[in-house]
Design a protein around this ligand. Structure first.
Ligand SMILES: N[C@@H](CCC(=O)N[C@@H](CS)C(=O)NCC(=O)O)C(=O)O
Length: 233
């Protein structure tokens, strides 16, 4: 690829991470610009018809929506991360959408207002991961077996939420899901995945969760109070 690329980003956005992971997998150089979504600049409002990140600037044109962005990158630069066979490729697209629906489920979990809502969101997420346990390739290490795919790029940011959630609360969503857990571990070791966010990500996500005024904010607050009491003793 010869055109210069800029990824218009937000520090926490899981959809931006998909694009950053794919760019890294393909070793495509790119610039990254962070947007304050609470205070969107005028140029961004013009360039992003849905007002969302990611945006990929290629030369002087903007591309929006993570799925077309990663597919464009996949069609123009090796290695191919989508399967060649049309039915299998369509199935992978479906699981990229499944990852987006899982992110919605994570949003429902961290926005739940009380323990009942939290338990319901947790149960809905568990169902999604149980389904994944049945369909991911036996023996891994990735969704479809030995080759890293766009489905892996879509799920790595999903698992990153769990790394932060599990630092302050006991979740049973992924319990007893051995294939999913092994997949999660493999993705967490992948350099493209590790480098898709800055080292401040866990603190920034905790800061975001603290402000949600939700049941998860309450659990985080309890954990942090316990931690500071333990440190004072
Ligand atoms: N369907 C979009 C979803 C992207 C999305 O939801 N981005 C969020 C940040 S993670 C956003 O920009 N929201 C706009 C806002 O918060 O105003 C995609 O796949 O790119």
């Amino acid at each position: 690829m010869t055109t210069s690329l800029t990824l218009i980003s937000h520090t926490l956005c899981p959809y931006v991470q998909r694009a950053a992971i794919v760019l890294a997998e393909k070793e495509i150089p790119f610039e990254r610009i962070m947007i304050d979504l609470a205070n969107k600049p005028d140029w961004f409002r013009t360039a992003s018809p849905l007002g969302k990140v990611p945006l990929l600037k290629t030369g002087d044109r903007y591309l929006f929506e993570s799925a077309p962005i990663v597919e464009y990158l996949d069609e123009t630069t090796a290695p191919k991360l989508h399967p060649d066979e049309p039915l299998e490729r369509a199935r992978h697209r479906a699981y990229v959408e499944f990852a987006s629906q899982t992110l919605n489920g994570i949003g429902a979990l961290y926005s739940a207002q009380d323990d009942t809502g939290f338990a319901a969101a947790s149960a809905a997420l568990t169902q999604k991961f149980r389904h994944l346990e049945d369909v991911i390739a036996p023996g891994g290490p990735f969704f479809a077996g030995s080759a890293f795919s766009l489905v892996d790029a879509a799920f790595a940011p999903v698992f990153r939420y769990f790394d932060v959630f599990e630092s302050f609360l006991a979740l049973d969503i992924l319990e007893r899901l051995d294939k999913v857990s092994a997949w999660r571990h493999q993705l967490s070791q992948r350099p493209s995945v590790r480098n898709a966010v800055s080292g401040e990500y866990p603190d920034l996500l905790r800061g975001f969760l603290r402000k949600k005024n939700s049941w998860m904010s309450h659990l985080l607050d309890l954990h942090e109070r316990r931690e500071s009491t333990a440190m004072a003793c």
